[in-house]
Write a protein that binds this ligand. Structure first.
Ligand code: UD1
Length: 430
């Protein structure tokens, strides 16, 4: 079994390059099948989730050619099947985007119910409500979601909750519906805007993405394009908090600072210095972190995907902090792991009360999901002594070259698969 072994204590110092946004990439890959013309996608992160989706697309006849590690050429003119039900697709959440894509293009889609990280109940009722409002017949049976329509017709859709997935999915299908669709209470996340920009570059007519009302005029056909995915806000945020917790000094390159405002604001409250440049940020952490409270909210609020990372940093702050999770109800599973490292945290419902401690100590820990896994790596980097992190495949779902990037900043981290490698690491770094 593969693990990370980490010796903590080194401040992380240097520069790190951020890749393309995983969550934008997943939607953009799926959207690329909505035309028969060739699409080139640049700045694609090479992570497990995007690779799983590419495999699933290939399984129905989409031709995907890697021009280099981060650029793919996609042609979906020879799709033979509208059913996606392989073993792997069940493991990723974003499989639901294939529903919007195939429904929009062929009026027919059948996709395995979405999986993804176990961070709480993850219904797709708003996706279904949207597809039905466009005129589709949607059914769930035998673990598959089937969406079919004679015609798709634009409609006025009010989302009951702010959901990124449903906003994007409805936007995709509505782009090829007849007439006008209005999505109200739409999600405003940067990747919603990125997918809208991508669709518009394919000939769609979408206005208002980034606000809570999105207006889509359906078009008959979409065409080929070349498009570069935005930088990953969450990967960047993770390195920003890694600088904070290790008392480091990291320049984060290839970012859009505007997308990181809520994270930057919290780091400043916690006593870090943040310098902003056009497409870079520098985070310097030189004192004990100050305590603060945080509540996750839809964009532009503090992202739920950064909650484990900020709570982990606050575990070494100078006071008591209240961390409230308002998007997913089961997102504190990493707390038990932090307790093994000497953190003092009590979870009550959707709130964690974090009492800062002077230092964490290394321990054997297990990643419970993607973002929490990254947060535990950060904890281990700041802790005294050696930690091992199990179930790192979660982390590999969304972070490209995570150990390599951390090592380039001075971290002592190795990916190992045998006990003797851990012993070697202890001797080498001890
Ligand atoms: C996406 C991201 C995930 C991120 C989340 C919130 C992907 C692959 N995943 O997940 O990393 O944490 O956005 O930024 O992009 N909801 C419903 N009904 C629905 C859909 C959602 O009630 O039909 C609820 C969810 O349970 C949750 C909230 O709406 O409480 C937000 O969910 P949503 O934004 O859709 O998240 P995901 O698409 O699952």
């Amino acid at each position: 079994m593969e693990q990370y072994v980490i010796r903590g204590g080194n401040p992380l110092v240097g520069e790190v390059e951020i890749g393309g946004a995983k969550n934008a990439a997943l939607a953009i890959l799926a959207t690329a099948v909505m035309t028969d013309e060739t699409v080139i996608i640049e700045n694609l992160p090479d992570v497990r989730d995007t690779n799983v989706l590419i495999k699933a697309m290939e399984s129905i006849g989409v031709v995907v050619e890697h021009l280099d590690r981060h650029t793919v050429k996609i042609n979906a003119s020879m799709i033979t099947d509208h059913t996606i039900d392989d073993l792997y697709i069940k493991k990723i959440r974003a499989s639901y985007y294939m529903l919007g894509a195939l429904l929009g293009k062929y009026r027919d889609a059948e996709v395995a119910l979405p999986g993804g990280c176990n961070i709480g109940s993850r219904p797709i009722d708003q996706h279904i409500k949207g597809f039905r409002a466009l005129g589709a017949d949607v059914r769930i049976s035998r673990g598959l979601v089937t969406a079919q329509a004679e015609r798709l017709t634009g409609n006025h859709i009010y989302l009951d909750v702010v959901t990124v997935g449903a906003t994007i999915n409805i936007m995709m299908a509505a782009s090829l519906a007849e007439g006008k669709t209005i999505i109200e209470n739409a999600a405003k996340e940067p990747h919603v805007v990125d997918v809208a920009n991508f669709l518009n570059s394919m000939g769609a007519n979408i206005k208002g993405a980034g606000t809570d009302v999105i207006r889509i005029k359906g078009v008959e056909k979409l065409h080929g394009t070349t498009y570069s995915i935005i930088p990953d806000q969450i990967e960047a945020g993770t390195f920003m908090f890694a600088a904070a917790i290790t008392k480091g000094d990291i320049t984060i390159k290839n970012v859009i600072p505007k997308h990181l405002e809520s994270i930057t604001a919290k780091l400043i409250e916690m006593g870090c210095e943040v310098e902003e440049f056009d497409d870079q940020l520098r985070i310097v952490s030189s004192k004990t972190l100050r305590h603060t409270h945080v509540k996750t909210l839809p964009y532009p609020g503090f992202p739920t995907d950064m909650q484990p990372q900020i709570a982990t940093a606050l575990a070494t702050s100078d006071g008591t902090c209240v961390v409230t999770e308002s998007i997913f109800e089961n997102r504190f599973k990493y707390v038990d792991e932090l307790l093994k490292m000497g953190a003092v945290i009590k979870v009550e419902g959707n709130t964690a009360i974090v009492e800062g401690v002077n230092r964490l100590t290394g321990a054997p820990i297990t990643a419970p999901d993607l973002r929490a896994g990254a947060a535990l790596v950060m904890a281990a980097l700041a802790a005294e002594g050696v930690s091992t992190v199990d179930d790192i495949y979660y982390i590999e779902r969304g972070y490209e070259d995570f150990p390599e990037k951390l090592r380039s900043l001075g971290a002592q981290i190795e990916k190992v698969s045998a006990e003797r490698d851990i012993q070697k690491f202890r001797l080498k770094t001890g």
